[in-house]
Design a protein around this ligand. Sequence first.
Ligand code: ASP
Ligand code: MG
Length: 457
Amino acid sequence: MLVMKFGGTSVGSGERVAGVAELVEARLAEEPFVVVSAMGGVTDALLDLSRAAREGDREAASAALRTLGEKHHAAVEALDLGPAAEAAARGEIEREVARLDGLATGVALLGELSARTADAVCAAGELLSAALVSAALAKRGVAVARVDPREWMATDASHGAATPDEAALAANVARRLLPERAAGRVVVTGGFVGAAPDGATTTLGRGGSDYSAALLGAALEECGARVASIEIWTDVDGILTADPRVVPAARIVPEVGYAEAAELAFFGAKVLHPATIRPAVSRGVPVRVRNTLRPDAPGTTVRSEAPGTGVRALAMRPGVAALFVGSPRMLLAHGYAARVFSVFERHAVPVDVIATSEVSISVTVDERAPLEALVRDLSAFAEVSVLTDLAVVSVVGRRLRSTPRVAANVFAALGEVNVVLISQGASETNLTFVVGAEDAPEALRRLHRALFEKEAA
Ligand code: ASP
Ligand code: MG
């Protein structure tokens, strides 16, 4: 079996929805389950609608509703479903718009928007896109079972960011989804949306459809089915060796380990949020990122461990400050580090890169941290200096510590780029150092040339 999840851009218009149906039809032999996001921009529009209603701005609310209806009607138009299917789809859009109108009226009257009501509003996006994708598949003659996500995605009642109940949802998948598959139908369902134990609509938090897809894949495995992979269809080619805006020569990383993907995401590679795919990866189900606009491109596969060792990708995060905390007695006394870190703890500031020497501890923090307060408190027992306008550069890969010459190659490649701080060997998945923000792009390009472009030449 196969889980295919399509993001907002991939279902962003009638033409795109038709393209999705074509992609799914080509994979019927692999027994796909289809999970969809709302059409691009729709969840934002639904949130705008709720806010407008809460503020009593009936005009803005009805404008938002109108736009929403038109967007889905335009998709139906483009899908050219034939009279009966078109009437059914339009009827469904109208019912959903009427339901939202009712909710918005209630919110406007009360002047109050509960998280529970916000979820009931936001769910509309995925419910409608699932209707469109089902209709497009049916038009191609594919046997479809559209299943309301609330019938299987069991969650707790924390509205806005509900926690899935994996045991309960696996039982639902066995009871509700697998029989559809056994009957030869392609299950199409909305991501992001779930149901609390009392049946109320919940959502998993922004970007939650990837999480839905991973949970579905994990639940299918739990039920004894074999899931070959979970495909996350989006509008990028996958994870790249570096940010292509900084390094034009960046190329696709075909396979990457979970820890490496997490590291890259921490540095802002926004392809996947690793936490959302953990349920699948931890069960050994690979997650493959693919581009709907270039379906022939291989994409990036994330596995718990990817084969190969050495450097896989580069990442950089600007907006960093470094604090150099020296002991006035020149040698670090027993308990000194604990004292230093307790200051960061007290101000709830996460520290990032840490380097120590015999006489000082250097740490980096987000530039927006309360630097003055940190310096004041640290100065009570230490000599402190601060550097701002820095960037953290991270070389990410597998078994970096045990791969020969990684550090030597990295620092040779940097040449005269001035390195402010190095944290080496703390982890097998990254080698991290700090440079001036203005030097970071050049550092990245040099590293990329040395570590990725040479072998290709
Ligand atoms: N539609 C939801 C959002 O925009 C969920 C998703 O797309 O994953 O956050
Ligand atoms: Mg998304």
